[in-house]
Structures are given as C-alpha cells and as structure tokens.
Design a protein around this ligand. Structure first.
Ligand code: AMP
Ligand code: MG
Length: 482
C-alpha cells in the first residue's frame, strides 16, 4: 500500500492547544466518494490505491509510524454568547500534507468519533450532513469562494441516531489551516498571553510568512485577517450565499469558509432572508453578514489587544481604526464583485436591480445569469424581465454596457463568466441526499456534482439543474443536523 507523507506542525505547539487522540476504530470504513482532482493537488493518485486502503487511511484506522492525530482546542461566540469550551468534538486533525504548490494543507476528519471536547455529543456525523458539506464546499470552490474543501466521504459502517437512524460517515476535509477566531478566544479567555503569541506566530508561519513576529507583524496580521474576511463576505454576498452559523468558532483566520450546516443559496431575493432552523432572531440573515464579520473581528481584536507588545492604548487605537474601516473596505470589495456581475461600476444601478428583484421576489442566481440574454436582446425565461419597472431598468442598463466599442457577444461572455448558472440549490441538495440515504442511489449526487464543478458553463443536457425550485420543491429552512 502506498503511503502519504503527513507533517505534524500543529503538534509542535504546546499540549494545551489540542488533545492527542487515538482515532476511533469503525467497524467497516468504506470509501464512497473520492475527489480525484483535489487528491491530485495533494499528490495522491487514486489509481495507485485500493479503495479500502484509502478508507482505512482516511478514517484514521491505519496510521503512519509517528503519526500524531489531534483534536484541536477552541472556544467561540455562538449566536453572540461566549462558550469557553468547544473544540473538535467530532473531528480530528489527521495531519498536514504539502500540496503540489508546496503549500501545507490540513487533512481533517469530521465525524471521526468522540474526543475530550465532545461534551454530550456522540462525535459522529450523519451521511446527510456529510453529503451536504461535500456538495456545497466543492460548489463554493468552483464558484471562486475561498473555502475548506472535501476530499472524500467514508461510511463508518455504524448507524447514527439523530431524529432517526442514519448511516454514519466521515467527511475528509482539507483546509489551509483550522485556526479559528475561536482558537484565539480560547487562550484570551484563559489570560494565556504566551499561547496567543505562539498561535499568532503559527498563523504567520502558515499564512503570512513575510510578516515579522513583532508588534508591527502582529498588527499586520490582524489587518490581513480582516482584509480576507472583507473579501470573503463580499464574495458570499455577490452569490446570494447565507452561511447560517457565523459563530467565531466557525470563522477561520485564513479567510476560508467552513462548516456548511444550515447554509443556503438564496433563491427569491430577500435582504433579510434566514434559512437556519436555529437562527430564531435572524442574527445571521443575508444582509447582516458583513456586520457579523465585523463583530467577529471585534472579538479577535480583543484577543490581539492582550498579547501585542507595546503601548496598549496605541494598539487599541490602531485596531479600532481597522475595525471601523471594515465596512467601507467590505463595501469596496462588494461593489467590485457586483460590478463584475452587471458590468457597470455605478452601484446605484446594481442596487436598483436588487430592489426590483426583492420587490418581485426574483431568483437571485437566475436574474444575474439572464443578464447575458438580456444584453443580446433575447427574452429570458423568467417573467421578471416583463415587469414594466424592470423593462425601464433594462433599457437604462443596456445603454450603459453596450458602448459602441463593445460587441454584445463579448459583453455576454463577460457576464456569463461572472454569473453562475449552477449553484447548489437546496431542493437539489436535498434530492441528492435523499437518493443516497434512502435508496443508495448516487446518480442525482453525481449529476449535481457534474454541473457544480463547472458552474459558469452551460451544460445543455443538465439545464434543468440551473432552474429555481418550483413552489412545491422550495426549501425554506435548513438544519444543522450534526
Ligand atoms: P458546529 O455547530 O458544527 O460548528 O459545532 C459546534 C461545536 O459542537 C463544536 O465544538 C463541535 O465539535 C461540537 N459538536 C457538534 N456536533 C457534535 C457531535 N455530534 N458530537 C460531539 N460534538 C459535536
Ligand atoms: Mg463548527
């Protein structure tokens, strides 16, 4: 059997950063999905492997000599409430792998069994939740959103009980690191300045090795983390994506998206849309996401304040200035994203379109995608474009984008490169999950994946996967279903 050379940099940190763990032995680990493209990026060629061996390695049943799997310690603000004791309760960091570009990537198993952080939980994940995360994270990647990736789905051979019995599964998740805002909060809550500095140094080594490990470097690090959040949220917003649980433990300092539980891509546009069944107050509504990111960064700033050397009052002033600048910075990135979607830099034009979409409850993804047909003077499928106020908007917009030097076909190509046809629509994700879980039928999953990996390309025989849900198919609520 070939082997994978794992590195273990996180384990070079002090013991209080993690729990060393003996992975749970599952009865019959079985590989049911392997992401060959991501595997290749990590230098793992599926052709050299027996599927059972991949299942054994990536369920933690077979470890390299000297392997050091760990469950990471972290805390976090969940819906605004601080919880000092979170941590990997059903996951472990198997090790790190250097990818083809020389970048270190975490290989993390989710659903891999109980740890000291499990509290009342069973440490397991259901196959439904794992499929959901696999589909959505890979779709996000193809849409150009920084995100954790999904390398494999492994059935554990166990049944897991939630509101009913379901197959248990492990998601093999790959990310550029798993350091969260909540990891910093963990040590700040314990007044452990030494650990905070060690953690900041680790993040610098992993993500920003050009920064010095001193006051200037730490302030620079904070700004880079903030900048990546601003870019990330701008990208989410431009796709109508609602994360659903933007807790600080679900916020990576790398600026990648993680944890696809109750997330959703909005269909009918509504600025205060909420899908998550647990978000009763709408804290994590679509339109609140920039402010929530700022809130999360505010909490991170508090952690930085307690370890950055030098004048505390100057540090406070500096961090406050960055935080105040977060929303304007975000808005700049958001407007850039939206300008790519409409090809006009006048944000009033784009906002007016969004107002009309909200008024007529038009499908977010479909409307933007149909701009390509609109610019060509074709009549797109959705009735939205026939509304008199929308017709007026269209006339104005076409005047702005169709300058004499711009051929409509060229404009269309640009629009189509920015506006996806395929997103993981809730009803399609649900259908794919049900087919696998209820009938062991992976066809809907495979069909959906085939369009999600190329979301901007027209796939004529799969066009129906690009259309919005019919009223009877609509999903209004999404569940954590951990
Ligand atoms: P999440 O909502 O997935 O971000 O998880 C929040 C916290 O709950 C983390 O500390 C998880 O490790 C823990 N957790 C979630 N589900 C389980 C489970 N089934 N067993 C043990 N811990 C869990
Ligand atoms: Mg989480």
């Amino acid at each position: 059997m070939p082997s994978i050379s794992f590195e273990y940099t996180y384990c070079s940190l002090p013991e209080r950063f993690y729990q060393r763990i003996e992975p749970t032995r599952f009865p019959r680990p079985q590989l049911v999905r392997w992401n060959a493209a991501l595997g290749a990026e990590l230098g793992i060629d599926q052709a050299h492997w027996e599927s059972d061996d991949l299942a054994r390695v990536f369920s933690g049943a077979v470890l390299n000599p000297g392997a050091q799997p760990v469950a990471q310690a972290y805390s976090g603000h969940q819906f605004g409430q601080f919880n000092p004791n979170l941590g990997d309760g059903r996951a472990l960091l198997l090790g790190e792998v250097r990818d083809l570009h020389g970048k270190l990537r975490d290989v993390h198993l989710k659903g891999s069994g109980a740890t000291q952080f499990s509290r009342a939980g069973d440490g397991r994940a259901t196959l439904s939740a794992v499929i959901r995360e696999y589909l959505v994270s890979e779709a996000m990647h193809a849409l150009g959103v920084p995100t954790s990736r999904s390398l494999a789905i492994i059935l554990t051979g166990e049944e897991v009980w939630r509101d009913r019995s379901e197959p248990g599964a492990i998601l093999v998740r790959v990310a550029s690191s798993h350091v969260r805002v909540g990891t910093f909060e963990h040590f700040a809550a314990r007044n452990d300045r030494e650990a905070l500095q060690i953690l900041a140094d680790y993040v610098i080594d992993r993500h920003h090795s050009d920064l010095p490990k001193d006051r200037e470097g730490y302030l620079g690090l904070f700004e880079r983390i903030l900048d990546r959040q601003a870019r990330l949220i701008a990208r989410w917003m431009s796709l109508g994506f609602i994360h659903g649980v933007m807790n600080t433990d679900n916020t990576f300092v790398s600026g990648e998206t993680l944890d696809y539980g109750p997330c959703a891509f909005m269909e009918g546009f509504k600025r205060n849309a909420v899908f998550s069944s647990i978000d009763h107050a709408g804290r994590y509504a679509y339109k609140n996401q920039p402010q929530i990111a700022q809130w999360n960064l505010g909490s991170l700033a508090g952690c930085f304040l307690s370890f950055v050397p030098g004048s505390e009052s100057e540090t406070t002033t500096h961090l406050e200035k960055l935080l105040i600048g977060f929303l304007p910075r975000y808005t700049g990135y958001y407007q850039e994203e939206m300008a790519k979607k409409t090809l006009v830099s006048n944000s009033a034009v784009t906002e007016r379109l969004l107002d009309l979409m909200e008024l007529h409850q038009a499908d977010f993804t479909q409307v933007f995608r149909e701009l390509g047909a609109v610019v060509m003077g074709e009549s797109p499928r959705s009735g939205f474009w026939q509304q008199p106020d929308v017709v007026l908007w269209t006339q104005e917009w076409r005047k702005q984008v169709l300058t004499p030097s711009m051929k409509p076909e060229v404009v269309r190509q640009q629009l189509d490169r920015a506006n996806p046809l395929f997103i993981p629509r809730n009803h399609l994700v649900e259908r794919a999950i049900r087919a696998v879980v209820d009938h062991q039928n992976w066809n809907p999953f495979e069909e959906l994946m085939s369009v999600l990996v190329a979301p901007f390309s027209l796939s004529v025989d799969r066009e129906e996967l690009g259309r919005p849900a019919q009223p009877e198919e609509q999903v209004h609520e999404t569940f954590c279903n951990t």
